[in-house]
Design a protein around this ligand. Structure first.
Ligand code: ZN
Length: 168
């Protein structure tokens, strides 16, 4: 396993729609293990392909309801969502930024596992939130897209401002 480089906003790959994986093979298995290692080394609870520069529909998430297992989901999609909850989110691709995000509180996600089998995950609470955050990444969406426009402008201005300007 090897640790991958995490792409940081405003890297353009974070805005691109990732492509479906046609066949799950050795390459995807290695990628998944590398992504899990990268997520854990970065103290994250989820990671999506585009965040490590891979434009494919694959995510890894820490199974927060279990002890120490990570879930690998290929071509994940939300098939059902319910409820509403608020939670303060962060993202490995936007270090140092956290904000409240409103999302459905429970979801059912369909995907393929690393053996290419169809799986279905019924998630609520933190796991539901991580899954939604990571699936958003596959569509080029970041959590700041789901917050109030003014807050978002504040955040993106802060990030894109040249260092010298911030000292003025
Ligand atoms: Zn993220």
């Amino acid at each position: 396993m090897s640790k991958l480089n995490v792409k940081v906003y405003p890297d353009p790959i974070l805005r691109r729609k990732a492509l479906p994986i046609v066949k799950v093979g050795k390459e995807e298995q290695k990628l998944a293990y590398d992504m899990i290692e990268t997520m854990r080394a970065s103290d994250g609870v989820g990671l999506a392909g585009p965040q490590v520069g891979i434009g494919k529909r694959i995510i890894v998430v820490e199974d927060v309801d279990e002890d120490s297992s990570a879930l690998v989901l290929i071509n994940p999609r939300i098939v059902k969502k319910k409820g509403r909850s608020h939670f303060c989110e962060g993202c490995l691709s936007m270090p140092g930024i956290m904000n409240d995000v409103t999302r459905p509180s429970s979801v059912i996600v369909g995907a393929l596992n690393l053996d290419g089998e169809t799986i279905k995950i019924d998630a609520k609470g933190l796991l539901a939130r991580i899954l939604q955050h990571e699936i958003d990444h596959l569509d080029g969406m970041l959590f700041i897209d789901r917050i109030n426009f003014l807050k978002r402008r504040q955040i993106t201005r802060k990030i894109s401002a040249p260092k010298t300007c911030m000292e003025l």
